[in-house]
Design a binder for this molecule. Structure first.
Ligand code: TMP
Length: 221
């Protein structure tokens, strides 16, 4: 017996995707992750909004270890391992179960943050980060990654306002480090243009959300 064509269309339309939002400090990523989740829900999609480091009880506990305390609390290798461990728990306990339930997943940062911050701008190297990701999370990648990009000065000014002069352990690194992070995200986008799209983060919140939706149009049709 053939399937009801209306049901079939609904089944196709609700195929869930895993989307990550990335970018340096102060680009408006968390606001846009929230706005994007709302825009997708308004289209009738079931959406889980989550974040890294964190997104599961174990990973949220690791988040505090990573973001609080002395700037030199962890060696570069230990820091990369902690991010990979948090991510492994997040994928296993939150992301994969949500996708299996049919929910879209919008994730505020994922492995490309480790590649940019610890791998390329930091001392660990991109290949080592990708190895850790294979070990921890089976090399899981989002279906689409949206990198918000803003000039370094504009991003630093926004981050200052957001953090009220009290950035976290990694956000508080110097301007040269954050410029390398921004450049790393651009390199990651150029290296994988099918998955990773650079999005101009200038303009109003509404304009930026429209650009994000446009970069997902093939997944939404
Ligand atoms: P947030 O500001 O988006 O909450 O992110 C917390 C900080 O953690 C931010 O400075 C970026 C940093 N980070 C890494 O260095 N590597 C990672 O893999 C992730 C997910 C975040």
């Amino acid at each position: 017996m053939g399937r009801d064509p209306v049901l079939l269309r609904l089944t196709v339309r609700t195929h869930p995707y895993f989307i990550s939002l990335e970018g340096g400090e102060g680009v408006g990523k968390s606001t846009q992750a929230r706005r994007l989740a709302e825009a997708l829900r308004a289209r009738g999609l079931d959406v889980l909004l989550t974040r890294e480091p964190g997104g599961s009880p174990g990973a949220e506990a690791i988040r505090s270890l990573l973001l609080e305390g002395d700037a030199n609390r962890w060696s570069p290798g230990a820091e990369a391992l902690l991010f990979a461990a948090a991510r492994a728990d997040h994928v296993a306990k939150t992301i994969d179960p949500a996708l299996a339930r049919g929910q879209w997943v919008i994730c505020d940062r994922f492995v490309d943050s480790s590649r940019a911050y610890q791998g390329i701008a930091g001392e660990v190297g991109d290949a080592a980060i990708q190895n850790l990701h294979r070990i921890g999370s089976g090399g899981r990648l989002p279906d689409r990654t949206l990198v918000l990009a803003l000039g370094d000065a504009a991003a630093a000014a926004r981050a200052d306002v957001r953090d009220a002069g009290r950035p976290d352990r990694i956000g508080g690194r110097d301007a040269r480090f954050h410029a390398r992070v921004a450049e790393a995200f651009r390199a990651i986008a150029h290296g994988d243009p099918d998955r990773v799209r650079l999005i101009d983060a200038n303009g109003s919140e509404e304009q930026v959300t429209e650009r994000l939706l446009a970069a997902l149009s093939d997944l939404l049709s």
